[in-house]
Design a protein around this ligand. Sequence first.
Ligand SMILES: [Zn+2]
Length: 252
Amino acid sequence: MKRNKKIKLFYANLSDDFKVQADAVGEKMLREYGAFFVAGNGAISPDKVVFENEREVAEWQKLVKSSKATIAGFKIELQTAAMKALRKAIKEAEQNNLTITPRGTDAARRSYAETVELWASRVNPALLHWVEKGRLTESQAEKIRFLSPFEQVPEIFKLEAKGIFFSKDLSKSIIYSVAPPGTSQHLSMLALDVQEDDNTEVREILARHNWFQTVISDLPHFTYLGIAEIELESLGLKKVIDAGRDFWIPDL
Ligand SMILES: [Zn+2]
């Protein structure tokens, strides 16, 4: 009973126009990446779990308010509310002789094409590997290569259910390595990959400014939720401790 109530809590906090995708991909993406769909206080999240193509992403990105900045030499773009909070966090870090540095020019906003490229950088080598190991036939691999990135996602998940994994080290799901095309929080301009992610104090400062870790195993990745930590549970999120860190994920 308690569990059902919690499931309702997360769903109840999704925006009214949110379109739940009732299939394996939609369910998995909501569970693993979905924390940002309950972001608030000026943070806007998409109304569905997967953008299908470049046009959808570009149109959505045009609609939300964003700000550009050069931080430690890296040009990044975030939603305005997220950028404001980041600047405050950076200031607090400086006062403590710490830095918060983007991991590169693609540390914040990304285009659909960039997420497709990252996806392919995992899928293609893994296909070669599994054919070599005899777990896939060449024609099975070829069929996957011919699909659009959007169509590849459910096929990759089906293989992973059989232990044929596509993460960089081939030991776990690809989703802990790169986001399926169209699902990255970076498309929403609410995510930032940070160089100092292994510094506990830096993580605490970011959390005080409503930037949290929300994707287990994606260690440099932080998400702007716009909500104080103390309120996250009331939105249907739960804290999971993994690799000695706090992650906030949907309680589903
Ligand atoms: Zn990231």
